[in-house]
Each structure stands twice: as C-alpha cells, then as structure tokens.
Design a protein around this ligand. Structure first.
Ligand code: ARG
Length: 469
C-alpha cells in the first residue's frame, strides 16, 4: 500500500492508509464544502451547549467558537485549503480547528457524530434554499400578476389540444400560473415545516450518555424542536426527497410556461416579443432571435426530476441507521436546487420584460371558429333548445362558414336560418371575441372584470409577502 499515514481523525485502529481509489470514492469534500457555513454554525451551537452543560469547560468552548469563526473567515476569503485526504467538510474543519487552537479542538466532537452533524448541516442548507424559493416564487408571481392586471382585457385564443378552443384573456392565462406557483409555495412551506426538527445530538445512532441539552441546540439553530428518535435523526433523508418532489412539480410548472413563451414568440404565433436581454442571435442566420432562456428554463426539469429519482433509488431499501450511501444525497440535490433557483429568476426576468402583441393575439383569437360555443349557448338561452341540439345546429353552421372560408360573424343570417329557423340577427352580438370573454363571468372565468379583480387581489397579497421575504 502507499506510504501515506493512516487518517488522523479515525486512524487509531488502522495500520495501512486507504488506497488511492478508496480516497476517490470516499471523499466528498469537492462538493460538501458548500455546507461549511452550516457546519460551522452547527458546531458553534454544539460547543456552547457542551459548555453550558458542564461537559467541556467554558474556556475550551470559547476557543472553539473563536477558531470556528476564524475558519469561517478563511473559507469566505477563499483562503482555506480543503483536502481530499480529510474526506469531508466536517473533518476538514475539525482538522483546521486543531491547527488553530490545539487540543481543545478534539473536545468539540464529544457527544456527537458526523452522522447527526451531516444531517443537521444538510437540513439547515435545504431550509435556506426553501426560503430562497419562497422569495423567488413570490417575485415571479408578482411579475405575472402585474402583467395580468395590465392585460386583463387583452383577448387571446384559449387552447385545448393546442387547437383554438374559446377566447380567453392574456391576463387570465397568466393568472393560471400565479395559482400554480402559489401551490408550489405551499408545498415548499409544508416541506419546511416537517424539515424543521433538529437531528443534532442523535450522535452516531443511539444518542449519548453525556447530559446534553438537545432543546438548546435545536433552539440555537432555529429548529422548532429536536427530532424525537435518534435512529430516525441520522437515517432519514425524506426532507430532501420532499423538497426535490416539490422542486420537480415546480419545475414542471416552469417548463410549461417556458414552452408557451417559446411558442408565443415564434413568428407564426407572434403573440409576444421577448426582450433582447433574454434572447440570443444565431451565429449564421442574421434574422434569428432565439428564446434560449425559455428553452433552458424548460429543460431544467430534466436534472431536477433526475435528482429526485436518483435519490429515491439511493434511499430505497437502506436499513437503519446511517449508511455511506447517503453521502450520495448531496451532489444531485445541490445541483437541482441551484438550477431551479436560476430558472425561477430567469422566468421572472422574461415575464417582466416580455411585450405582448395584442393585435396578433386578437386576430388569432377569432380564428378556428372559437366563438362556436357562444353561438350554441345563445341557442340554448334565447331559443330554449337543449344544449345537445344546439351543439349539433352550431356544428352545421360552422360547416357552412368553413365551406365558404369565412368567419362565423361573416356568415349570412339566411344561411344560419337554414340550420335553425329561429335564429335572429341578435346572434351576431355573441360572435365577437370581446363579447365572448366578457360573458364568461362565472367565478374563476375569463371575463376581464374577474381578471382585473383577481390580479388586484393577488398583487395586494404578493406585495405584503414580498416585504417578508
Ligand atoms: N460525508 C459523510 C456524508 O455525507 C458524513 C457522514 C459520515 N459518517 C460516517 N459514519 N462515515 O454522509
């Protein structure tokens, strides 16, 4: 084997050092160093509690805290040298602490293990990310609701099967996403509530014989309470699974909006113009304006749901308590959460900057006989026909207009009367797209008055929420 000495942290019973490939498979420092701030925060809380409980001296605790603060500064300044031989963030920091303050550093690990340490660090990290999503989602909702208020009357085609179905307003369409992102916030908030219990003090798996005060460390780290079972404390990763599940659903919502931005900004649709800030040109085709930011935002779901699936497989069938498999939880989660955050910021920028083209939306809204349902509804309302019969008659009228290659409102009354003798010229009033949307006043419907009211209500609430985040 190599001539390296056995590991300083746990090498007492070892006579040989790890194989090079062992170090390669085992070391997590390249990625878990991002947990440094949380690791330091957790260690400070632990050291203070140990001193208060008389488990270590106050002097040692003070030295430990001073050393940890210094390490925090070194890391923030990019001066800290992380070493793969020291495996992970926990041992890198403890080793440096020993260099800085001497033997007192060795007392920090009393009544704790890396198992409860990493579980604590990771919960703190994920909690921060969730708070970041709360802020980013609120801003995105605000951008959507502002546009929705400005375009409460802007008529566009509503689609089913991506075929023109019934006219809606652009504001109504945007508010649909505000609702989706509200549920995403709710899911993250739920995950945060369940996550917010402290595993520190679970030690390796069984708790400890030292008289620790778990409530104190939980409180110092802003957790609601200590986790009630030490085996559970070090074994479960449901907090990150749940966060990744919420992140996946959120990324699905983002991808659908992104896809619509891509479609709407094509010359064929021409419903919106994305700003230069969120478009790119082509290196060969001078005319091109590509919606790269929307495309990339659309694609983020791949890695985010990949992380969720991957971690599910890591956790499947793992016996209690800690297994090293769980080290595989971090890299994918760091990546997924970072990319969702970027996607949300990019989406907020795109929505805020986009310029709708109301004329193009309105022209498209009238195509494809999108007011045919309004005609059928008129037959029901005015002529008291059963809806099924009205549907059939309207179908015949649409066919006539199609044969003449004209819009419904351009079809002669005499033609309409061939399908149903009772039709009068009053019918034409319901065939315009504006009147169609105005008539849909049912709760949750697309009528501009509804949309304006909902947009205002959302903006009021979101402005309050933005003050909190
Ligand atoms: N780097 C490890 C992880 O992320 C820390 C816990 C190590 N625990 C152990 N018993 N080897 O999971």
């Amino acid at each position: 084997m190599t001539s390296k000495s056995a590991n300083k942290m746990w090498g007492g019973r070892f006579s040989a050092s790890p194989a090079d490939v062992m170090e390669e498979i085992n070391a997590s420092i390249d990625f878990d160093k991002v947990l440094s701030p949380q690791d330091i925060e957790g260690s400070k809380a632990h050291a203070k509690m140990l001193a208060e409980q008389g488990i270590i001296t106050k002097t040692d605790a003070r030295e430990i805290v001073r050393g940890l603060d210094k390490i925090g500064d070194e890391i923030a300044a990019g001066k800290f040298k992380f070493s793969a031989a020291l495996e992970d963030v926990h041992m890198n920091i403890e080793n440096r602490l020993r260099e800085l303050i001497g033997p007192a550093a060795g007392r920090l690990h009393t009544a704790r293990s890396r198992n409860d340490q990493v579980a604590t660090d990771f919960r703190l990290y994920v909690r921060d990310k969730i708070d970041g999503f709360e802020a980013a989602l609120t801003s995105l909702q605000h951008a959507l609701a502002s546009k929705a208020e400005a375009h409460a009357d802007t008529v566009m085609p509503g689609f089913t099967h991506l075929q023109p179905a019934q006219p809606v307003t652009f504001g109504h369409h945007l508010l649909a996403y505000v609702e989706m992102f509200a549920r995403d916030r709710g899911r993250f908030d739920d995950a945060r509530t369940r996550l917010n219990e402290c595993p520190l003090g679970s030690a390796a798996l069984a708790g400890t014989s030292f008289p620790i005060d778990r409530a104190q460390t939980a409180d110092a780290l802003d957790f609601d309470r200590p986790m009630a079972n030490s085996l559970d404390g070090v074994s479960d990763r449901d907090f990150i699974l749940e966060t990744l599940a919420a992140a996946s659903i959120c990324a699905i919502h983002v991808s659908r909006l992104a896809e619509e931005l891509v479609i709407w900004s094509t010359p064929q649709f021409g419903f919106i113009v994305l700003s230069d800030q969120f478009s790119t040109g082509s290196s060969i085709m001078p005319q091109k304006r590509n919606p790269d930011a929307a495309e990339l935002t659309r694609a983020k779901i791949g890695r985010i749901s990949g992380a969720f699936q991957g971690l599910l497989m890591v956790m499947k069938g793992l016996p209690l308590a800690y297994s090293k498999d769980m080290q595989e939880d971090k890299e994918v989660a760091f990546d997924a959460l970072a990319h969702l955050h970027t996607a949300l910021l990019a989406m907020t920028g795109m929505v805020g900057d986009l310029k709708p083209v109301p004329e193009a939306m309105k022209a498209a809204a009238g195509s494809g006989y999108s007011t045919a349902t309004d005609l059928a509804d008129w037959l029901v309302r005015e002529l008291k026909l059963p809806f099924r019969d009205a549907h059939y008659i309207t179908g015949q009228i649409v066919k006539m207009a199609e044969d003449q290659a004209i819009a419904l409102e351009d079809l002669a009354l005499s033609d309409m009367q061939k399908a149903e003798a009772g039709i009068t010229k009053a019918v034409y009033s319901v065939l315009s797209v504006e009147n169609s949307v105005k008539s849909r006043k049912s709760f949750g419907g697309t009528a501009p008055q509804n949309v304006r009211k909902m947009a205002k209500r959302w903006l009021k609430r979101l402005e309050k929420d933005l003050e909190k985040v």
